[in-house]
Design a protein around this ligand. Structure first.
Ligand SMILES: NC(=O)c1ccc[n+]([C@@H]2O[C@H](COP(=O)([O-])OP(=O)(O)OC[C@H]3O[C@@H](n4cnc5c(N)ncnc54)[C@H](OP(=O)(O)O)[C@@H]3O)[C@@H](O)[C@H]2O)c1
Length: 268
């Protein structure tokens, strides 16, 4: 089967588990050279062996994407080992749950930085090579970018920041041949072992969400790949996401009230 991703050199940040790993598997299946990434070397090695067993061309680079020098190493790995860079998918994230008033400044910093610096720095280091390949840079965002959600202020700030970055880049890079894309993802079925931070920085389980509001990681990954393939700027996954984006733009205060009620009732 021919695929437009055949022989493409791809970096996916935060791909040692979750959606990022599923994106890596789907790209490997389509013949791409895939560089996976994460901070924890053990989790990254497990993912690396899982993809190797599937006979995909996979490479693993342990790097903290909030640090510019580690991003430089990540990008240089691609150039030195694959000779080029075609696609960067900025997927790495840390999320936290808790009221802003109770949040430690360390947790706030970590969550905002993982989303904003964690996408800005890999992109900054990758752009000279994406110019050469006329490649793609993609940001994985969330419906939390449309409205500051209760108990998710730092995460919403991070995801709103990605919108600004994607918009600025789209303007600045017009005519360069580089594709910029942003995917606003709805609720995704998480890995069973996924944890998030609470306001004190302890790892806790995310709330269980009703199955009917969740989309599979595979469905989301397919849509992100379709967006890259068609070089689209923006996708909003899930009907509630589309509705929220529309309502937040036209009736922000009413939407805030509805979301507050919904979140209180179903404890998302
Ligand atoms: N799950 C959802 O319901 C949902 C909904 C909307 C949008 N999204 C978005 O989808 C993306 C993936 O989410 P997910 O639920 O699959 O996440 P996840 O399971 O928590 O995985 C996060 C990944 O990011 C890595 N990571 C975190 N901070 C990093 C850093 N500073 N440097 C390098 N790697 C880092 C983690 O590895 P280490 O721990 O080893 O660093 C891990 O591989 C995120 O952008 C998220 O905001 C998810």
């Amino acid at each position: 089967m021919h695929s437009s991703f055949q022989e493409k050199a791809v970096i996916i940040t935060g791909s040692s588990r979750g959606l990022g790993k599923v994106l890596a598997i789907e790209l490997g299946k389509r013949g791409a050279h895939v560089i996976i990434n994460g901070k924890n070397p053990d989790t990254l090695q497990l993912a690396y062996h899982e993809l190797k067993k599937l006979n995909y061309d996979v490479h693993a680079v342990c790097a903290d994407v909030t640090k510019p020098d580690e991003c430089e190493q990540l990008i240089q790995y691609a150039i030195q080992n694959l000779g080029k860079l075609d696609i960067v998918i900025n997927n790495a994230t840390l999320s936290a749950r808790g009221f802003f008033e109770e949040m430690s400044s360390e947790v706030f910093n970590k969550v905002v930085q993982s989303n904003i610096q964690g996408a800005a720095f890999p992109t900054l280091k990758a752009l000279p090579y994406l110019r050469k390949s006329k490649g793609s840079v993609v940001f994985v965002s969330s419906i939390a970018a449309f409205l500051g959600l209760p108990s998710a202020s730092a995460y919403s700030i991070g995801k709103m920041g990605l919108t600004a970055l994607a918009q600025s880049l789209k303007s600045e890079l017009s005519g360069s041949g580089i594709h910029v894309g942003i995917a606003y993802v709805g609720f995704v079925r998480n890995d069973p072992e996924k944890t998030i931070l609470n306001s004190k920085g302890e790892h806790i389980k995310p709330h269980n969400r009703p199955a009917y509001v969740e989309q599979s990681q595979l469905y989301v990954a397919h849509n992100i790949l379709k967006m890259i393939d068609r070089r689209k700027y923006q996708i909003i996954l899930s009907m509630p996401g589309k509705f929220q984006a529309f309502m937040a733009r036209i009736f922000p205060q009413l939407t805030m009230r509805i979301i507050n009620l919904l979140l209180k009732r179903s404890d998302f």
